[in-house]
Design a protein around this ligand. Sequence first.
Ligand code: ZN
Length: 485
Amino acid sequence: MALRVLLPTALRHLVGNQEEVQLAGKTVAEVMSDLVSKFPELKRHLFTAEGKLRNFVNVYVNDEDVRYLQDDQTPVKENDVVSIVPSIAGGNIAAIEETFAGVELSNDEIARYSRHLIMPEVGMEGQKKLKAAKVLLIGTGGLGAPLGLYLAAAGIGRIGLVDFDVVDFSNLQRQVIHSTKDVGRPKLLSAKEKILAINPHVQVDTYETMLRSGNAMDIIKNYDIVIDGTDNFPTRYLVNDACVLLDKPNVYGSIFRFEGQASVFYAREGPCYRCLYPEPPPPGLVPSCAEGGVLGILPGTIGLVQATEAVKLILGRGRTLVGRLMLYDALEMKFRELKLRKNPKCPLCGENPSIKALIDYEQFCGITPPAAVAAVSKEEAVEMTPEELKARIDGGTEPIIVDVREPHEFDICRIPNSILIPLGQVPSRMNELDKNAEIVVHCKMGGRSAKAVDQMRKAGFKNVINLTGGINRWAEKVDPKMPKY
Ligand code: ZN
């Protein structure tokens, strides 16, 4: 009696690249044993050493899942179609499933990972999968710090790090992979040292670059899982799109003040980031952590949720955040969860995708290229440097200085004789100022003040100018005693 057995792509190379094979048997168990006797190489992929069907394998008879009935000798008859389908979590990372069996653990590693090895959910098999896994961290900042430390400790075999930044004093409040002595050093060097100090068995790859459309595919293609630890929209969309195009899971996390989000975007199983947010917010609407602040502990919580999801994906255990958005409110100490649906009209992962390659993400997110800004400032002087402002003050031709930061920032440091009007109050309070006077507006770094300048110009202020680089640049260039934050 013959019936058809359909095999998944990941296993076809073990059966002479056939999509299906003709086999015999009266029950699913008999068919499976016929399968592995004809193709012995399949055995270690489908069964554990004890002869149990691996957790990531599901068996369907005529599209019905018989996984748990298998031991009950589910009968099959002529012309039935038996499909072997890797499950959501484990099977998706075909590269790990195909390679982990050849991985060995040394006695040192067995001692190191003993608390994993005695858990049936991990065991030797799971630990070998962790060692076989290749995980890419985009960013070694707030989220990347706990991710790097814990994934290294857990025994991930290969960790890729992408960053181009240098450690700053203001990073140390949350980026626990960097130490005080690392201030001024490249984050990549500091992160790599900490990872190797925790676990010398990890291979660390470093990419000292900004992730861009031109290099993202080349970097990401070498890894099984991508973890997004970025803090800006262009990179988020870039990571999402590259992961969908390369069929990789993208473990997402984001943080702001006291709130965080996490999910797993994996287009073959569920929605992608674009299904959730088809378009980025207009530039400036959502403040960054540098503008709005972040509780130092928050990235620890969210980064470790991301690390947990990555480990589950590798082990093929549990239920991942695919199709779910986790929301965390640290002030309330509440976790909530929203169901996410795949958008059939998603331009990237929907039924008729219009995006088939990476695009220009700066432009997509509405970020004005520097060239355009330069053109405007030539035409009408909208920027003044801190040095120029200082020279004007010293020369006795001081303009009106308006500070559009928040009062708690004004408490940290301020430029002498400046008037505090927080950005949100600018529309209602700009009438306190003389429309014809020369006014210099500043904030912390220049972003909020540019918005205020724009609003005031539209309201008829003729001579309003943005202070380049904000009070932070003033502290650097003019008043080194002033604290920077
Ligand atoms: Zn999508």
